[in-house]
Design a protein around this ligand. Structure first.
Ligand SMILES: Cc1cc2nc3c(=O)[nH]c(=O)nc-3n(C[C@H](O)[C@H](O)[C@H](O)COP(=O)(O)OP(=O)(O)OC[C@H]3O[C@@H](n4cnc5c(N)ncnc54)[C@H](O)[C@@H]3O)c2cc1C
Length: 421
């Protein structure tokens, strides 16, 4: 068990980083510092820097369904998170033109919750337009061939709002958060008598932070700071954009369920106050290969909407909300995460470096775990290793060739055609 007064350094103030700081502070660790490259929380390059994120517990693997249930319980009851959780329901399906893989993934997701007692009476199948209209009367498109189900025990979280609230809470609990602190390298000691040990990190500005334990929570950027993470993690991005609604349109769409057609993409109810509606395009995503390894691209390189994403977003709107289908798409960009070879997180000690822990491999589904993820990372610190085989370091796996549940082909960023907006 580590001495709770000794310094712990968390590098990366995104979803996993803030959650770790929160759980360490709750457990009376008194010397915790978070270093975050962005000058605000959420940082511009955090995958949590977003209006909203889906909170649902459908997983092909029931292990994650149970974790997501625990997270939903915190979203619903913990006063830090509760104001940002909206249980609008979740309409999950496929469009009439969906490929077989999307249909198969949908059926596996439904199976994961269908017989679970937590969803008794909370799921209804959707086979016709009338079924959809019962779940979401404001959707007025033809929705041709849409099938799936409606789950009332799910919704979304206001991502940036929840991150800001958690930031305030950890500062109140005594955590130091350094913004604008981009790490350039980790610091190690090594001699003939001791093992290699990570003892801190140095920022781009040349400032050194020393610690007994260093926890890396760098999302899609993990490969830059920890190249030894290798092929088990693939930095991968997906595209999203917003449309601006009038106050009347926003009022009409208030409270609609998160609507996700697995082959096209998903949208949320408009953001209260701004009337911005977020729409994401689904697909196999984008990689950014540098010397054979995919690393998160810079903010500038990520500030565009791919042409294929625009096509999917407009198709989704034309089918569900035709009056919005030709609306200008604003804030279009791609957002990076750390895709793991087997879709399991990697939360473990880094082999060959004492004092260094990594928490990565969110695989595009980690935000909902914000209230609880830090507990798993604290466990690795306290038990000096990962007890769960599925969350161990596994550099024999290669994320670029693993089994996928999303349709389409992964595209390299340099080959991606841009939308002309
Ligand atoms: C397009 C998209 C949509 C998603 N939708 C959902 C959803 O609907 N529901 C859901 O549950 N999850 C969703 N996710 C996943 C979720 O956002 C991520 O799982 C989660 O944010 C990952 O947390 P993290 O802490 O690993 O990474 P991040 O939140 O990305 O945090 C990493 C942090 O490290 C910082 N950093 C990077 N380099 C440095 C450095 N050198 N020095 C210091 N700091 C640094 C970054 O600025 C960032 O703040 C989505 C992800 C993407 C990409």
């Amino acid at each position: 068990m580590p001495d709770k007064q000794r310094p712990v350094l968390i590098v990366g103030g995104g979803t996993f980083g803030l959650s770790t700081a929160y759980h360490l502070a709750l457990a009376n660790y008194t010397n915790v510092t978070v270093l975050e490259k962005g000058t605000s929380i959420p940082g511009p390059q955090s995958a949590a820097n977003d209006i909203n994120k889906i909170v649902r517990a459908e997983y092909i693997d029931p292990f994650y369904s149970d974790l997501a249930l625990e997270a939903i319980s915190e979203w619903s009851s913990n006063p830090v998170f509760q104001p940002y959780y909206h249980q609008t329901g979740y309409l999950l399906g496929v469009s009439g033109a969906a490929p077989e893989l999307s249909r198969y993934t949908l059926s596996r997701q439904l199976n994961s919750i269908q017989k679970h007692p937590a969803w008794a009476g909370k799921i209804s199948t959707v086979k016709t337009r009338d079924d959809i209209k019962k779940a979401a009367p404001a959707l007025d498109g033809e929705m041709p061939g849409w099938t799936g189900y409606f789950n009332t025990f799910a919704g979304y979280a206001q991502a940036a709002g929840a991150m800001q609230a958690l930031y305030k809470e950890i500062v109140r609990l005594g955590v130091k958060v350094e913004l604008g602190a981009e790490i350039s390298q980790l610091l190690y000691t090594e001699d003939n008598t001791t093992k290699k040990r990570c003892v801190g990190a140095v920022t781009m500005g040349g400032r050194t932070y020393l610690a007994d334990s260093v926890i890396l929570t760098l999302g899609g950027a993990i490969g830059q700071t920890l190249p030894s993470v290798g092929h088990q993690i693939l930095a991968k991005a997906w595209a999203l954009a917003h449309i601006q609604l009038t106050p009347e349109e926003a009022a009409r769409l208030k409270g609609i369920p998160v609507t996700f057609m697995r082959d096209l993409g998903f949208f949320f109810e408009p953001e209260p106050g701004t009337g911005l509606m977020k729409i994401s395009a689904e697909g196999a995503g984008y990689a950014n290969y540098v010397d054979g390894v995919s690393v998160a691209a810079t903010e500038e390189q990520s500030n565009f909407l791919p042409a294929l994403a625009e096509t999917k977003i407009r198709c989704l709107l034309r089918e569900a909300l035709p009056s919005l289908a030709d609306r200008p798409l604003i804030d279009g960009h791609i957002c990076w995460c750390a895709d793991a070879a087997d879709q399991n997180y990697v939360i473990d000690k880094v082999p060959g470096a004492e004092g260094l822990i990594v928490a990565t491999g969110d695989s595009g589904h980690g935000f909902k775990m914000l209230p609880i993820a830090g507990k798993w990372i604290k466990d690795v610190l306290e038990k000096n290793g990962q007890e769960l085989p599925r969350w161990r370091w596994k550099d024999h796996l290669d994320a670029s060739v693993s089994d996928r549940h999303r349709s389409g082909e992964l595209q390299d960023l340099k080959d991606v055609a841009r939308a002309r907006l």
